[in-house]
Design a protein around this ligand. Structure first.
Ligand code: NAD
Ligand code: NA
Length: 396
């Protein structure tokens, strides 16, 4: 079949295997072009198939020759239906890693569950012995707590009062006003249960209890802050409470790793187009203005550039890891630059359906969105028949 993008709302129902492969290859080339990183050699990435997690896996493998185990939740291809993009990304990653002589295995299933944790621990035990870096990069709308069996759903709501602001439908380019009613306490608790630090701590506890953490092991989870423009719906909303919890969990985990000399960090990353961020109201308009300014200033980065900088300049810089007053690594430093934010804020006031293609980078947004699903890459023949269903031995 010829695979074309089929959009429904904020998602694309199809994904392109060759495009996903090109995406992975481009990221690998970027990492190789930046030279070796004196990083970890045995790496577990939880949420390894797309976005920041995929970039972390690629950076470890091709920057530091690391053996990697990736955990993710993706759909394999079935007759007449493409896989989810992260499945193709992971298949391509494994194939490239194996060609380069690197150990790479993946576990496809619910990382929140006891079963997938058990499988992962067993794989580490049998194949790697221990791990020295654990990247925690899950983004999910739901989590079943394995101890209580309760299914929690996260929400993206303001807290305290209704939030009204501009937003854009990036498919049509229509700028409109959106109002979001405030969360109740249950919404807050549920969002913290899904996107807070509880599961991260469970993973590290499980690894530690079975002696699978090397001395000096490091673990990193990803967070976001963003500007005052998006504060009501992001950092001071339900998701922000979850990020507060995640950031606090870093300290608890660090305490628990004292005897190993280990450390937990949160890295605050830049706003980027991913499946997760596209679904948040207001954020796509902010991102399209931000991209415009950052590209003009020559400081735009995607996931791979961000993570390369995180590893090279922050985590493995040969010296102390620089952190802010709250102990967080900041690779959102260029996004948050005062001059950048002042320009975005000025454009925000002006933005309309008519002028957004000019004053914002709507085209860049759309292109990045297509790229998530393996579409829009140079060097891929999108008119070719793609009828072989890829099966990959090492993705469990
Ligand atoms: P993403 O949607 O690209 O990646 C999410 C990953 O989690 C995928 O690998 C997916 O398979 C996996 N996953 C989801 N549910 C799972 C489950 N139940 N079991 C196993 N795997 C599961 O998201 P992303 O944007 O890369 O986000 C990763 C982290 O980075 C999140 O904590 C997010 O808040 C943070 N972050 C994102 C941005 C942004 O702008 N996108 C900015 C800063 C920080
Ligand atoms: Na990820």
């Amino acid at each position: 079949m010829i695979i074309e993008p089929r959009m429904r709302g904020f998602i694309c129902l199809t994904a392109h295997p060759k495009g996903a492969e090109q995406n992975v290859k481009n990221q690998i080339e970027y990492i190789k072009s930046k030279g070796p990183i004196a990083g970890a050699k045995k790496v577990l990435v939880i949420g390894a198939s797309t976005g920041f997690g995929l970039a972390s896996r690629i950076t470890s493998a091709f920057g530091s020759d690391a053996a990697t185990i990736g955990v993710f939740f993706e759909k394999p291809p079935v007759e007449g239906k493409t896989a989810s993009p992260g499945w193709y990304n992971s298949a391509a990653f494994e194939s490239e890693a194996h060609k380069a002589g690197l150990y790479a295995k993946s576990i496809n299933g619910d990382a929140f569950s006891n079963e997938i944790k058990r499988e992962t621990l067993d794989l580490i035990k049998s194949d790697l012995g221990q791990v020295d870096l654990i990247i925690y990069s899950l983004a999910s709308p739901v989590r079943t707590n394995p101890n209580t069996g309760v299914l929690h759903r996260s929400t993206l709501k303001p807290i305290g009062q209704t939030f009204t602001n501009k937003t854009v439908d990036f498919h049509t380019g229509k700028v409109s006003e959106v109002s979001i009613a405030p969360a109740n306490d249950e919404d807050i608790d549920n969002t913290v249960a899904v996107m807070g630090g509880e599961d991260w701590a469970m993973w590290i506890e499980a690894l530690k209890s079975e002696n699978l953490l090397a001395d000096g092991a490091t673990t990193v989870a990803y967070s976001y802050i963003g500007p005052s423009l998006t504060e009501a719906v992001y950092r001071k909303g339900t998701i922000g409470r979850a990020k507060d919890h995640l950031e606090a969990t870093a300290f608890t985990i660090t305490d628990s790793l004292k005897s190993l000399g280990g450390k937990a960090y949160v890295s605050v990353n830049k706003a980027l187009v991913t499946q997760a961020s596209s679904a948040i109201p207001v954020i796509p308009l902010y991102i399209s203005l931000l991209y415009k300014i950052m590209k003009e200033e020559g400081i735009h980065e995607g996931c791979i550039e961000q993570i390369q900088r995180l590893f090279q300049d922050r985590l493995y810089n040969g010296s102390d890891v620089p952190v802010d007053e709250k102990g967080r690594i900041r690779i959102d430093d260029w996004e948050m630059r005062e001059d950048v934010q002042a320009k975005v804020a000025a454009l925000w006031v002006e933005a309309t359906t008519e002028n957004l293609p000019e004053i914002g980078d709507l085209a860049g947004y759309k292109n990045d969105f297509l790229n998530l699903f393996g579409f829009g890459f140079d060097g891929v023949d999108y008119n070719a028949e793609e009828n072989e269903l890829v099966q990959v031995e090492s993705i469990k």
